[in-house]
Design a protein around this ligand. Structure first.
Ligand SMILES: C[S@@+](CC[C@H](N)C(=O)[O-])C[C@H]1O[C@@H](n2cnc3c(N)ncnc32)[C@H](O)[C@@H]1O
Length: 257
């Protein structure tokens, strides 16, 4: 019988222990076929301008983007995650502002602000998600772009009357989401066993529709310029499970805040 290390659902998710294991537990997001197109897409949208990653984490995307010659900065709330970034080769090339992406200000003006790997859903209220768009717009110069990668809510896959949906069932890992349909919230639950040692990980999210994100962009003075099913620019369709969207700041004219 495996011994389980149990994590409280309300605990601070991005703590020291999670930060240390983040790259290993997100190994699939480091796969060249995932990370390569991500970085190429962002590089092309940045042009020659500096880029800012909201929720930069351990630098999964920021470091390879910086290695392509783009000046990259970050905003991140978790100090343990930032320490992991700083300890990596090239880590000192990414200037990180510790703070909340809804309010923190990184020095400078950027041609690209990006927020990937579903991290907009870490903001658990509509107010915070709107504030995040406004903060992105504040950092952008004229014509600058805000790019988000996020899943499409999977409510079509939730049978009527049910509140839980498994997303992975394996020998060493079981993962499922539980939904609060009234408050537009979900909790992802992970149960993992490695070498007879078990651990749990829970993260809370506010799922959000593409159309709602477009309205948030509008409130921040941005307009939708691209929407794809992924980084390889496949068309976004009714069956797409996630999207990469780009909103742009006007080249001139006032921006509502
Ligand atoms: C799924 S990780 C993504 C990290 C990195 N962007 C990547 O793609 O690997 C989510 C990150 O969001 C950060 N985060 C969550 N809420 C935040 C907030 N309000 N402001 C800034 N960072 C936040 C967490 O600390 C964590 O590093």
């Amino acid at each position: 019988m495996a011994a389980f290390a149990v994590m409280d659902i309300d605990a601070d998710v991005w703590n020291e222990q999670v930060a240390k294991g983040y790259d290993e537990s997100s190994a699939h997001m480091y796969a060249p076929e995932v990370l390569g197109p991500t970085v190429s897409f962002l590089e092309s949208r940045a042009g020659r301008n500096p880029a800012l990653e909201f929720a930069v984490g351990t630098g999964r995307v920021a470091l390879p983007l910086s290695a392509r010659g783009i000046r990259v900065a970050g905003i991140e709330k978790s100090e343990p995650m930032v320490r992991e970034l700083g300890d990596k080769p090239g880590g000192d090339s990414v200037a990180v502002t510790i703070g909340d992406m809804t309010t923190a200000r990184a020095p400078g003006t950027f041609g690209l602000v990006y927020l990937v790997y579903n991290s907009i859903t870490c903001l658990l209220s509509q107010e915070e998600q709107v504030a995040c768009f406004r903060n992105a717009a504040t950092h952008l110069g004229p014509g600058g772009r805000f790019v988000i990668e996020v899943f499409v809510p999977e409510l079509q896959r939730l049978p009527p009357g049910e509140t839980a949906r498994p997303f992975h069932i394996g020998d060493q890992h079981v993962g499922f989401d539980t939904y609060d349909l009234v408050n537009q919230q979900l909790v992802s639950h992970h149960y993992t066993i490695v070498d007879d040692r078990g651990s749990t990980f829970h993260s809370s999210h506010r799922y959000v529709w593409p159309s709602e994100l477009d309205l948030m962009a509008q409130l921040a003075g941005l307009h939708l310029s691209e929407r794809w099913a992924g980084w390889k620019e496949a068309p976004f369709t009714a069956s797409s499970r996630s999207h990469v969207s780009v909103w742009q700041k006007p080249l001139d004219g006032p921006v509502s805040r």
